[in-house]
Design a protein around this ligand. Structure first.
Ligand SMILES: [Zn+2]
Length: 268
């Protein structure tokens, strides 16, 4: 093999190595809440970090089937080389299913943050259902204590489907109107791409920039156990970035607006 060809090959290998190293910037560290009986994980939590975490700001992704949201968050962190995402990987489904010798049950991981929400969300199929509730409560407490109780701002990232949730469900005559304090709809935006927030500060900041925004009525909202309800109960500024599945560039733009918000109110 000619010598210059070999050095070209070395050069290409070096480039590929650099590319791979760059692509895997975000590191994850796993943390698992176990049920204490047979080591099955009730809430499989990992933290993916691209650098130093932000003080008192948590980004979180809970629905494992919402891949666009996870990719947008991780790509953004990689570009920033800073910050962390709390992620719940659980087999690519929306719900988490637990099956062991004592009990089998399943639940939506965004309906478990309050006690009354958990009672409704836990679907126990067979076995010791009291044990299931104890296991789930313990796992939620660990997640809250470790990542969320200290937060001043929580940024959740979600996707919805073409026939699923949109900002239109929160209009004054629509099904979720009772949960709404104020709403801003921009007809130029896709109704599936919207923010759901718990403070006037976030509502004003994001609606002034032309986004669809729903401000939750923190007194009247139905306690469905979701993180927005828990955040309101604990007076935590909460922003959910909802975008249609596959709306990568829109969701990236929405996350950039939240970064701007972070710098305006939390990181100066
Ligand atoms: Zn979701």
């Amino acid at each position: 093999m000619p010598k210059h060809f070999l050095s070209l090959m070395h050069y290409c290998l070096a480039l590929i190595f650099l590319f791979i190293t760059n692509q895997t910037g975000a590191q994850s560290s796993d943390y698992q809440a176990e049920d204490g009986q047979n080591q099955q994980i009730v809430l499989p939590v990992r933290q993916i970090c691209a650098g130093k975490p932000w003080p008192q700001i948590v980004w979180i992704h809970v629905h494992d089937d919402e891949q666009t949201a996870r990719q947008v968050a991780i790509q953004t962190l990689d570009n920033l080389e800073q910050g962390c995402l709390v992620d719940l990987p659980h087999g690519g489904q929306r719900e988490i299913s637990i099956k062991n010798i004592n009990v089998s049950y399943h639940f939506d991981p965004n309906r478990i943050f309050t006690i009354s929400g958990r009672k409704k969300a836990l679907k126990c199929q067979q076995g010791d259902c009291n044990l299931a509730m104890d296991q789930l409560t313990q796992a939620v407490q660990q997640l809250l204590n470790r990542y969320l109780h200290q937060a001043k701002l929580i940024v959740a990232i979600h996707n919805n489907h073409a026939n699923g949730l949109s900002v239109l469900h929160y209009r004054p005559t629509a099904t979720k109107a009772n949960d709404v304090r104020q709403i801003a709809i921009n007809p130029d935006q896709n109704p599936h791409d919207f923010f759901f927030v718990t403070t006037q500060q976030a509502f004003d900041f994001l609606s002034q920039r032309g986004f669809n925004v729903v401000w939750q009525d923190n007194e009247k909202v139905q306690d469905d156990g979701s993180l927005s309800v828990w955040s309101a109960q604990h007076k935590i500024d909460y922003i959910n970035i909802e975008a249609g599945v596959g709306h990568t560039s829109v969701q990236t733009t929405m996350l950039a607006a939240v970064l701007n918000y972070m710098h305006t109110y939390y990181l100066h």
